[in-house]
Design a protein around this ligand. Sequence first.
Ligand code: MN
Length: 255
Amino acid sequence: MAPVIGVTATLKEDVDAVAERPLGRYVRADLDYLEGVVEAGGVPVVLPPVADSGAAETIAGGLDGLLLSGGSDLHPGYYGEDPIPELNVTIPERDAFEMELMEHALRRGIPVLGICRGMQVLNVALGGTLYQDLSSQMEGIVLLGHRQETPKWQPTHEVEVDGGSQVSEIMGSRELKVNSYHHQAVKDLASGLVTVAHSPDGVAEAVEYRDLSERWILGVQWHAEAMRGSSPEHRKLFSAHVEAAERHALRRAAA
Ligand code: MN
């Protein structure tokens, strides 16, 4: 059986541009994540961020893997800070759902891949903090363009990956060219996590979990899902996640 990978979705408010009236709120999942999972041999299920408390536990019970997708800022209250003026829009339902889901995913040892916001969510869920806004809070360096305006499939900055890391093993390279669509980033790393890739200006671009358990948790700051066509090596992240989910499903079946 192919492993079931839960992919988090977002909420969007649609507006009728002509009549300028709200059309309602919709659950939206970027097809690129879902196709990335399918290509890797997994079965994606979209997880709507509308669940009541308690549902996240049931949902986690049905997953072999969890993919935390990109999106809006995580509310800084989850790491004990008040919002600064440079914070962008947050979606309370999504933040609450993903943080609860992470708690149950961690408890169950479900392999987690975090992409962009997803890497930030997993760091906070494990006890870390974020830069609410890189350009106003990360001092002393010249920031690269982490918020590109070119198409999403185009790389915009380089990333240096630590040798011996899972990310270098998965990608088969220590030098990557990646896209960049973020104004937040990992600040204080959660215990258990290791930063394994940096952009030349020192921003954390990938993290992975290392402890004595075989827990598979990996986050990348770039949108790997959008680079699958232009730079196929980024598909390997999805493959590694699906393989970890397969191993987890086998362990679960044997238990
Ligand atoms: Mn970047």
